[in-house]
Design a protein around this ligand. Structure first.
Ligand SMILES: Nc1ccn([C@@H]2O[C@H](COP(=O)(O)OP(=O)(O)O)[C@@H](O)[C@H]2O)c(=O)n1
Length: 389
């Protein structure tokens, strides 16, 4: 199979410097596209996350000879807060999705609307809401989709489980790095969201698969006549982000304990209580497996001033956590949750998953200018039915 990964930014959407929205494109020059043997198609995926709702509009070139399509374009736009903030006013959730659909209408040519699928998958935010509140939000969105001029497939609006989030993010990143076709060099993924965290990789040793504590740590799916067998683990962990934390229509005031101890060591002991023992440590986390870490891993590394050319060792998180936390004992911090978050990440990586301090992580927001998220994998699964089980 041939792969086209030459994606370049060609046009901004909305405000040109707005990091929440952009379009990438490039791919093959138009005159280079074989007219009879390939066709252009579009797909719309909504990521209803705990901290925001995002729309991805993908343009694919499908040639007859290649099983998977070539990604030509991604139009992306995001809004805050996430849909769970509208737990008591579902019509606001519908309004959010209706507004974002305007992006799809601008991107997809009019004639293609009725052939273009629209799908929404919700993650931790809706998973954590009472079932009837989450259902009211989903019903409202289904209604907006049904009213739209796009193709609405069966089960187009649903809550996705954490395991699928991990697998689909793995598919996305390996599709974008082009590592699918060379199964030996696939990269692992680490995702840390507002309400859940995932680790997924292709084990090199049989023992890693054999030593999992439960069957749902292993995911299988078919692509290119190969069955991939991945180690995947998704965990939902209590977290204290922000000084005011809103969820499901309630706002929680979060404050420090004035009599409590401060500093990295004490903070680490506290975080350890949450992480230790509840996360399975996979048998192998070999130094030669590259892990791509995104979402909060990336955001917090940037906040800590620690991303150098996108590469960071586990011990760099620890170093920055120590500096930030120990400085806090002397003067008030610039960002009140940075100490806690960096300590949390260090603890999750070391004592949670069992990474070595020397493990190198590839911190990334985008791969080849396309958002690193499960959304692309979810579209590929939808279009090609990868039979994940
Ligand atoms: N396309 C995306 C999606 C999420 N994110 C970041 O990922 C973090 C949390 O993601 P999320 O709201 O989807 O959380 P979960 O619902 O997955 O727990 C935030 O820092 C987002 O800004 C991103 O950078 N790009």
């Amino acid at each position: 199979p041939s792969w086209n990964h030459h994606l370049t930014v060609v046009e901004g959407f909305g405000c040109p410097n707005d990091p929440r929205s952009y379009v990438v494109g490039g791919g093959l020059p138009l005159e280079g596209r074989p007219a009879n043997h390939s066709r252009i198609s579009y797909a719309v995926m909504f990521d209803a996350g705990s901290t925001g709702t995002r729309i991805h509009v993908y343009t694919f070139i499908q040639s007859e000879s290649v099983e998977l399509p070539v990604l030509d374009n991604e139009m992306f736009h995001s809004v805050k807060p996430g849909l769970s903030a509208y737990a008591d006013s579902p019509e606001m959730a519908g309004h959010t999705v209706r507004m974002l659909l305007k992006v799809a209408k601008k991107t997809v040519p009019h004639l293609e609307w009725k052939r273009t699928p629209v799908v929404l998958r919700a993650t931790a935010g809706l998973r954590l809401l009472p079932a009837e509140k989450a259902q009211a939000l989903l019903d409202q969105i289904q209604h907006v989709f049904d009213e739209s001029p796009f193709l609405v497939p069966d089960k187009s609006v649903s809550i996705m489980n954490g395991t699928n989030e991990g697998i689909l993010a793995w598919i996305s990143v390996n599709f974008l790095t082009g590592e699918y076709s060379k199964t030996k060099n696939t990269v692992g993924i680490l995702d840390l969201g507002g309400g859940s965290t995932q680790i997924t990789f292709l084990p090199k040793l049989r023992k890693t698969i054999e030593s999992v504590p439960a069957a749902d740590y292993v995911a299988r799916f078919d692509i290119f006549n190969t069955t991939f067998e991945l180690y995947t683990y998704s965990s939902c962990l209590p977290k204290k982000f922000r000084d005011e934390w809103s969820f499901g229509g309630l706002t929680y005031q979060v404050s420090g304990d004035s009599d409590g101890y401060t500093g990295y060591k004490t903070c680490y002991q506290e975080v350890l209580k949450v992480v230790k023992g509840i996360i399975h440590q996979p048998f192998e986390l070999e130094d030669n497996t590259v892990f791509y870490a995104f979402s909060y891993y990336y955001d917090r590394a940037v906040d800590a001033g620690g991303v150098q050319r996108g590469v960071l060792k586990v011990r760099d998180f620890k170093k920055r956590a120590k500096e930030v936390c120990n400085k806090m004992t002397k003067s008030p911090p610039a960002s009140s949750f940075l100490c806690m978050d960096l300590t949390y990440i260090t603890c999750l990586l070391k004592d949670g998953f069992g990474f070595k301090e020397t493990t190198v992580l590839q911190l990334t927001k985008k791969v080849n200018n396309v958002e690193s998220s499960w959304a692309l994998g979810a579209v590929l699964d939808h279009l090609h039915n990868l039979k994940i089980h």
